[in-house]
Design a protein around this ligand. Structure first.
Ligand SMILES: [Zn+2]
Length: 451
């Protein structure tokens, strides 16, 4: 090889090695420990279950905003907040009761809250219900359907006979009040009704309005004409019950929220992306994707050609495969779903598909925008008080990072091989530099010997 060629090879190797080493040192290393720290905090009693509409939910949004600021993510709008109105279940004065009254209106039995009965948080169009045998419009094995004025209310016993599951709230529910009862309680109530006694029930909640917000920031890309990449997670959860038991929502979805905060720190250390990367903490997902629907609608003119990567329940049991969730009209050949499954295969990470409209990818898919939710489909503790951070598995967070970061970088750093192939370039330029140094030393050594 000519001396010139060797010098050129050495110069290129050294330059590339220098660049990629500097990049490697400056790149923030995604840390599952940091993710877990944030999960611990967001699911702690400080935020009391982050129910949209409450001050605890507001406090969570303030915290997420502070984390975006710390990661040097700029506000997408004038502020980080995108405001919208929601109807939410608000606690009111009073104690819950479910009582049996005799023909004279005297209470002959009181059932115990949280042991015998509990609210189902689906709907509170009505919070007081009195009924007798005649007002029960339908009687099933495990339910009683009651006509109350123009409303329909329901008492039901869940299949697992537990009161622990807390439903998402749905302002459009056709039912006015739903009360969960134990199987034996339902049986007892039916017996009393047969004897012409009546039932009186009060659940101290009402439906109220509140102005809440999504928390949205972004990293500015080189080309403002390109559609942005969106990285999102909902931060709201189901609050706490009338005895103060907190639904911490560690997996659902302190985990996804903490994951995108860490992603923001990592991606922001990589330099300027080709296009804008938006980080969105969505609110009121548990009320039917209210926050993501607001964002998708308000921002839709700019979203044509965008890709949305949503994270909901990241850090479930490691034995569970990573789920790629598309909408109910998607399938495994939907382009974005396919791209991600290919990455799973090449990274040797087991995965499964879910095609459901059950997270914040839904409003985007409804507008024809590419969107998926990464999810650990670990439903064992979901919407119960045992969804605690102690059960979060770091291995699953790392798996999700491996897959998601590859797809996100490919989408947002298309023109930057130093980011896309950082490790390969570092290794090969390192080897090249090493070879050149050895070659130069050996040349000097032979020269000395000849002299
Ligand atoms: Zn969720």
């Amino acid at each position: 090889m000519s001396k010139k060629l060797i010098t050129l090879f050495f110069a290129i190797s050294l330059l590339l090695f220098g660049f990629s080493l500097q990049r490697f040192i400056l790149t923030y290393k995604f840390s599952t420990t940091e993710v877990v720290k944030n999960i611990n905090y967001l699911s702690s009693d400080v935020f009391k279950g982050r129910l949209a509409g409450t001050l605890n939910n507001e406090a969570a949004s303030v915290y997420i905003k502070s984390q975006f600021e710390k990661a040097d993510i700029k506000p997408l709008f004038k502020t980080y907040y995108e405001n919208f109105n929601v109807t939410y279940p608000e606690k009111i004065e009073g104690s819950p009761h479910l009582s049996v009254l005799d023909k004279n209106g005297i209470i002959i039995k009181n059932f115990e809250y949280n042991k015998d009965f509990k609210e189902d948080t689906l709907s509170f169009k009505q919070n007081h219900l009195s009924f007798s045998k005649v007002s029960s419009t339908a009687v099933g094995n495990d339910f009683l359907k009651i006509k109350s004025g123009n409303n329909i209310c329901v008492l039901y016993a869940p299949a697992d006979n537990k009161l622990s599951f807390r439903s998402s709230f749905d302002e459009s529910s056709k039912l006015a009040l739903i009360v969960v009862v134990k199987k034996d309680v339902l049986k007892t109530i039916k017996e009393y009704l047969e004897k012409d006694d009546s039932i009186d029930c009060f659940i101290p909640y009402k439906e109220s309005n509140a102005n809440i917000h999504n928390v949205v920031g972004y990293i500015k890309g080189r080309d403002q004409t390109l559609p942005p990449v969106i990285i999102s997670a909902h931060f709201d959860h189901m609050g706490n019950d009338l005895s103060g038991n907190i639904y911490s929502g560690a997996l659902d979805n302190a985990s996804g929220t903490s994951f995108i905060i860490e992603m923001a720190k990592y991606i922001n250390s990589l330099g300027t992306p080709d296009r804008n990367i938006i980080f969105a903490g969505f609110n009121a997902e548990e009320f039917g994707f209210k926050g993501s629907s607001t964002f998708a609608k308000d921002y839709s003119p700019k979203l044509k050609g965008s890709k949305v990567f949503n994270f909901d329940m990241i850090g479930g049991r490691s034995s569970i495969p990573l789920s790629i969730m598309g909408s109910k009209n998607d399938n495994k050949n939907t382009p974005l779903v396919k791209e991600i499954s290919n990455i799973c295969t090449s990274s040797d990470i087991s995965y499964s598909y879910i095609f459901q409209n059950s997270s914040d990818h839904t409003p985007f898919r409804n507008l024809g925008i590419d969107a998926v939710t990464f999810c650990d489909d670990d439903t064992s503790r979901i919407h119960t008080t045992s969804d605690k951070s102690a059960f979060i598995d770091k291995t699953s967070i790392q798996k999700c990072y491996t897959v998601a970061s590859k797809e996100i970088l490919t989408s947002a750093f298309t023109k930057n091989p130093l980011v896309l192939y950082d490790k390969l370039i570092l290794i090969f330029s390192g080897i090249g530099t090493g070879v050149c140094i050895i070659y130069i030393i050996s040349l000097k050594f032979t020269k000395k010997k000849l002299n």
